[in-house]
Design a protein around this ligand. Sequence first.
Ligand code: HSE
Length: 400
Amino acid sequence: MINVAVLGYGTVGSGVVEVINRNQNIVSKRAGQDIKVKYVLDLRDFPGDPVEEILVHDYNIIVNDPEVDIVVEVMGGVNPAYSFVKSALEAGKSVATSNKELVAVHGAELLAVAKANNVNFLFEASVGGGIPIIRSIIRSLTADDITEITGILNGTTNYILSKMSDEGSDFESVLKIAQEKGYAERNPEADVEGYDACRKIAILTSLVCGKQVNYEDIYTEGITKITDIDIKYAKAMDCTIKLFGTTKFEGDKIYSMVAPFIIPTNHVLGNVNDVFNGVFMHGNMLGDTMFYGKGAGKLPTASAVVSDVVDEAKHMGRNIMTIWEQDKMELADILDFQCKFFARVKSTKEEVEACFGNVTYLEIPEASDEIAFLTDKISEKDFQEKIKNLDLIYRIRTTL
Ligand code: HSE
């Protein structure tokens, strides 16, 4: 029998209890022994909920109980999650978490603590919700030199961009609908400004490098400045706009950023819509590979957390080797990153050509009072230097 304690009875925590209870036979069979939730920790009370009988308010009850084998941390935020997780590992308990803030900041250190205590620290649900991307990087794509990892890693912004595209609506009105439907938080900053995707690409990049990639070093731009006009231009090019978390490994340089990109609709991530996530990777032997699924939500996220519980039950007393050292990995300067840019300006074609030479112009009936164009492939630095001479409305990077 494996006893589990769940820290936090919010959306994901209640999902974890539900997955373990509803799939009791399957989960226990795959774990090789019965899995039981012994405690749920939350500050709140839940009168009438079956969990009431196992609810505790004091973490010490869990960490001091030698019968607890696995702690599930689904509280979110760095504190007190960090101290709870660290003390659980030091007490010889494995930990499964969905907490991307915690993993992005302390993942390498907590893996080292787990190794020192011969237990496991697993975090499949921290990126891509139910998509098994972390286990794939750590345990499956081990024969390849990974040259690119690009993902639609945030369900909220993907929902907003998809609806703007489907309905021709502007950002603010779609955000309001997303909030009413519970897809977007009341304070949506972490999602719409790209901070959530930034932590997720930092985790994936760290795992590919085997070293610490600090999320603060990743250039991050959200979707708040995208307008319905930008989407119309994208459609006119048979393209769509997606918020990418992307890392490219070019020789000894690693370029990582979160930003909206104009991509062809037939791009491998072009049809990842609504709250779905998609992750594209390229390996030098494997070639292209793509992962798709529900990147958020109660049961998909809980499914990934419980898959970690199963893995930990199968590896009691044995650390699963995960290479993520605490040494910092330096990222290359994004100013040297090259791509084609789409730009909208209040300038003349002569002025555009004086700066960028021959460009491809784009026209849509809804924006007859401006000039829109696509540059050749140039560096971020070059683009910034040249565009200074024009009256820029907005620009978006492209994969074209
Ligand atoms: N806010 C996140 C998203 C939740 O929209 O993807 C899952 O990490």
